[in-house]
Design a protein around this ligand. Structure first.
Ligand SMILES: O=P(O)(O)OC[C@@H](O)[C@@H](O)c1c[nH]c2ccccc12
Length: 239
């Protein structure tokens, strides 16, 4: 698929809002510890598997820390019509334009790593390019820097990006920050990273998160239909 054809993709933010199974499913080649996560599967096989599970959107880690490379985005967007989020440490307008040119629908903006004035500027550039800013925070204070929250996805990262995500991650952070995230006015609060079990996932959705982002937990699980069936049952039980 060419980037022009990719214009038919649903906007990333809207896809999450409309999702039946609101889990952004991630393609990440390696864990922060260097463990192989693709496990001999091709991009195409992973994408097809995620689509069959009802993914509303995909995430692809292009950063070298996680075994990624810039070509991975084009491979993923060529394999799917789902909206795709690029996860990398993006700091420049040029990188956002490149992501858009390669078919991305959303870009990661890491609030804690960007200088105070840069986050608003990149948020505006992303919106002007038709990209959903996926703004990731780890602390309440970082939320005060967010602009245009109504047009952004705001995600709480349960892992510590300053430790290069080598910690296991704790969904308790998402539970603690939810009121502050909602107060920004984002329609799509997301909990990201370190979500391993369907029980954790259901707990976060029941608490009020509109969507989740899961990478390692899915990539290392051998019965994903079972994982999602369990998530559905857990959510049903709390309704
Ligand atoms: O594999 P996990 O624990 O489910 O996490 C996914 C995702 O959030 C993580 O890959 C990530 C979070 N922030 C990032 C920044 C760059 C690259 C990757 C990331």
């Amino acid at each position: 698929m060419t980037a022009a054809e990719a214009g038919t993709r649903a906007p990333f933010r809207d896809a999450l809002l409309a999702a039946h199974t609101p889990v952004v499913m991630e393609l990440k080649r390696r864990s922060a510890h260097g463990a192989d996560l693709f496990r001999n599967r091709t991009v195409e096989q992973l994408v097809t598997g995620y689509e069959a599970l009802g993914a509303p959107a995909l995430s692809v880690v292009t950063g070298a820390w996680f075994g990624g490379d810039p070509g991975l985005l084009a491979e993923v967007t060529a394999a799917t019509r789902l909206p795709v989020l690029v996860k990398d440490f993006l700091t420049k307008e040029r990188q956002l334009a490149d992501a858009a040119a390669h078919g991305a629908s959303a870009v990661l903006l890491t609030a804690g790593l960007l200088p105070r004035t840069v986050l608003p500027r990149l948020t505006e550039s992303a919106l002007a390019l038709g990209l959903t800013p996926f703004v990731e925070v780890t602390e309440e204070e970082e939320l005060s820097r967010v602009v245009h929250a109504d047009r952004c996805v705001i995600a709480v990262n349960n892992k510590d990006i300053r430790q290069r995500e080598r910690d296991p991650g704790d969904p308790a952070r998402s539970h603690a920050l939810l009121p502050a995230v909602l107060a920004t006015g984002t329609p799509v609060p997301v909990s990201a990273s370190g979500i391993r079990t369907p029980e954790q996932a259901a707990g976060l959705l029941t608490a009020g998160y509109r969507a989740l982002l899961v990478g390692t937990g899915l990539l290392l699980h051998d019965d994903l239909p079972g994982w999602f069936a369990r998530l559905a049952r857990e959510r049903e039980g709390t309704r």
